[in-house]
Ligand binder design. Structure first.
Ligand code: COA
Ligand code: HC5
Length: 637
């Protein structure tokens, strides 16, 4: 495995714009996503995702279980793992199957991962899968300001789209290595489609006639808005403003059935309702227009009025699920890969359907758009009259009406259940851990382990997303943040019999262990996707499921009471997602140089969890860890 010095290894970020990047406002005809020369050469040069050695994964699996299992459980699992990996055992057979698959595919994992983690996962995409993103509050407070900002935002997305279409996006790097750029080609003009047992994703960017329109939803009514002039140039912000005004003034009343709320349903229910809905030709055409559109823009009505203190948490809820049927949950099409959300009161953000891409490409797009909206408008609009945006009609049969009612009910139950706390940690950011020569991400993860331990007096299986984009078509693997080293540290921290120097030594060890797990994960040597791959081979070859996968320890290892992700951005925004288990937390954080944004979620129906408590415990843990470092001079780090 390469490099251990974390200083040189980190960084997911845009490379400096390469010479190929063009100024923003040149005339560019709309074109299909041509995946051609430059991009293909880049993609071809990327390494294949490796299959880690079997023994290495087995050893690391046992090590990862130690902090979360009891001693007697460990004994049993040790035996199962020994049996699995012994010479001539089933493990070797599965490993060979996986290695064969790796030789014959571009990426042995990605297709499986999309299927297992998304398309065959049947919980609603809302809260359970699709993340939200909250932008800083904009300084408008009325309809006119909302429309003006929305127009600029659309123009900004089209500007980014030009870089995608022309393949002039700067290549990103992680730890000095170029990353797979494929996900950028999947986020626009695509949509998830519900199925009865399994969903699918369509991407119209790759069709011979790629879409030229976006969908706008206002007062639960959907419109098609063409965003290119007939000569292929994108509409200017002024032109878009005119069009958005026309949309808003023709949808002043919220008197329609909120068809969009159907997309919040459990996927099996939505799959059935979808069949009902598109039996009607008009409905079918309307749905298809949404699916084909470049993205969806949600012009929201009011959101609950709240104090400044809770504003960001309420805004996060609007981005995650829209607040329930009485607020904005019906003003969405949650299957759409990318939805921008703009409220009348300056609340802005996005929601995205996770199957086609990870957070970082979405965030890069949004960073670009925000920067674009801050620039003064420079181009003059052509004086041609524009066609009226087209309203999408839906015929609501009694059956569809019933489906909408059911969707409203379940959405409202889910909205009631989700607890969200956004915390802006203003005391320090990446600067403090860096000054102590520690990886900021590892510092945050270890603080989270401490926060959790203080609340529950035990460690839990913890998931952190690690990017696999160093490999062609790479998605993610899991960094298991609960380690033996983190357990030793959190147990010692509040122990009065321990000296500060010992605590610091344990902290350093835990942070180093985390950073080393991260390095292992991003270089394709973590355990979780490998174990999944072995299990998938067993299923494909119709073998009896090996004991290690039916073992309760495996279930416990996958019961992530802490599901976390670092999503950095240039803009001061907060990303959020729901917990992945009923008694767990979702923790998304954006570490900036001098502060950090956290969004912590949990479910109200679970008595043991409380988002605000964990957010508070997190703040305390970060501060206490800094204090310990400052009070322990000459700590040899
Ligand atoms: N001393 C001083 N500075 C250090 C350091 C040390 N020991 N270790 C790291 N740093 C610096 C880095 O140079 C980097 O500097 P920068 O702010 O100038 O870029 C910064 O600290 C951050 O590094 P670190 O905190 O270690 O994290 P990272 O940037 O390497 O990120 C992951 C770690 C796991 C988040 C990253 O590898 C990853 O996989 N990201 C993708 C996650 C993802 O896909 N999330 C969304 C899923 S949908
Ligand atoms: C806008 C950014 C949202 C981040 C979403 C994210 O981290 O998703 C994880 C994806 C993965 O494969 O690790 C899943 N998780 C939310 C359950 C951590």
């Amino acid at each position: 495995m390469w490099g251990i010095c974390s200083r040189t290894m980190v960084k997911v970020g845009m490379a400096k714009p390469c010479g190929l990047m063009k100024p923003c406002h040149l005339v560019k005809p709309v074109s299909a996503t041509r995946v051609t020369g430059r991009y293909l050469t880049h993609q071809k040069g990327l390494p294949n995702l490796p299959v880690p050695p079997l023994q290495q994964t087995c050893e690391r699996y046992i090590a990862a279980l130690e902090p979360i299992l009891e001693v007697d459980e460990m004994k049993h699992t040790n035996e199962l793992v020994d049996e699995f990996q012994k010479a001539g055992g089933v493990g070797e057979r599965l490993q060979r199957g996986l290695e064969k698959r790796a030789r014959n595919t571009e990426n042995w994992l990605s297709e499986w991962w999309v299927k297992v983690a998304y398309l065959e996962y049947r919980m609603p995409v809302v809260v359970h899968s699709s993340p939200g993103l909250v932008l800083p509050r904009m300084n408008f407070r009325d309809k006119q300001g909302q429309i003006r900002f929305a127009a600029k935002l659309i123009a900004g997305v089209l500007d980014f789209k030009t870089m995608i279409d022309n393949e002039t996006l700067p290549i990103e790097y992680l730890a000095g290595k170029p990353l797979c750029m494929n996900q950028y080609y999947e986020v626009l003009s695509s949509c998830r489609i519900p199925g009865l047992k399994r969903d699918s994703v369509v991407n119209h960017a790759k069709s011979s006639r790629p879409p030229r329109h976006i969908t706008v939803v206002h007062n639960f009514q959907f419109f098609v808005l063409d965003v290119y002039n007939s000569d292929g140039t994108p509409l200017t912000a002024d032109q878009l403003c005119v069009q958005l005004e026309r949309i808003c003034s023709s949808s002043l009343q919220t008197n329609t059935e909120p068809v969009g709320i159907l997309t919040t349903q459990h996927r099996d229910s939505w799959g059935k309702a979808y069949v009902n809905l598109i039996k009607d030709k008009t409905n079918q055409e309307s749905v298809s227009a949404i699916q084909r559109s470049i993205f969806t823009l949600c012009l929201d009505g009011a959101m609950p009025r709240v104090s400044d203190e809770t504003y960001r948490s309420t805004a996060a809820i609007q981005m995650l699920h829209g607040g329930g049927s009485q607020w904005n949950s019906g003003n969405r099409w949650f299957d759409k890969t990318l939805q921008f959300i703009i409220g009348e009161d300056g609340t802005c953000g996005a929601n995205y359907e996770h199957a086609p891409a990870e957070g970082p490409p979405i965030v890069a797009l949004i960073d670009h758009v925000v920067e674009y909206t801050r620039k003064p408008e420079t181009i003059r609009s052509p004086m041609v009259p524009l066609p009226m945006p087209r309203k999408l009609h839906f015929n609501i049969t009694p059956e569809v009406r019933k489906d909408i009612e059911e969707a409203k009910n379940s959405m409202n139950i889910l909205a009631q259940d989700l607890d969200m706390r956004v915390m802006v940690f203003g005391h320090f950011g990446k600067n403090v851990p860096k000054a102590h020569k520690m990886s900021p991400d590892a510092f945050i993860q270890i603080a989270l382990q401490l926060a959790y331990y203080r609340m529950y007096r035990r460690c839990c299986a913890t998931y952190e997303s690690a990017s696999l984009r160093m490999f062609r078509l790479g998605r993610t693997d899991t960094i298991r943040s609960a380690s033996s080293a983190s357990a030793a540290f959190v147990k010692a921290f509040d122990d009065p019999s321990k000296q500060n120097t010992e605590k610091v030594a344990l902290m350093v060890k835990a942070i180093k262990a985390h950073r080393s797990y991260t390095n292992m994960a991003i270089s394709g040597q973590a355990i979780d996707r490998h174990l999944l791959g072995l299990k998938m081979i067993a299923a494909e070859e119709k073998l009896t499921m090996p004991d290690i996968f039916t073992d309760t320890a495996y279930g416990k290892a996958l019961h992530y009471q802490l599901s976390t992700s670092q999503v950095p951005s240039k803009t001061d925004c907060v990303m959020c997602f729901g917990p992945v288990v009923s008694n767990g937390y979702g923790v998304c954080y954006n570490p900036m140089d001098d502060h950090m944004n956290f969004a912590v979620s949990s479910f109200n129906t679970c008595e043991e969890t409380n988002a605000a408590h964990l957010a508070q415990a997190m703040e305390d843990a970060l501060l206490d860890m800094r204090t310990l470092l400052e009070r322990t001079p000459a700590a040899k780090l």
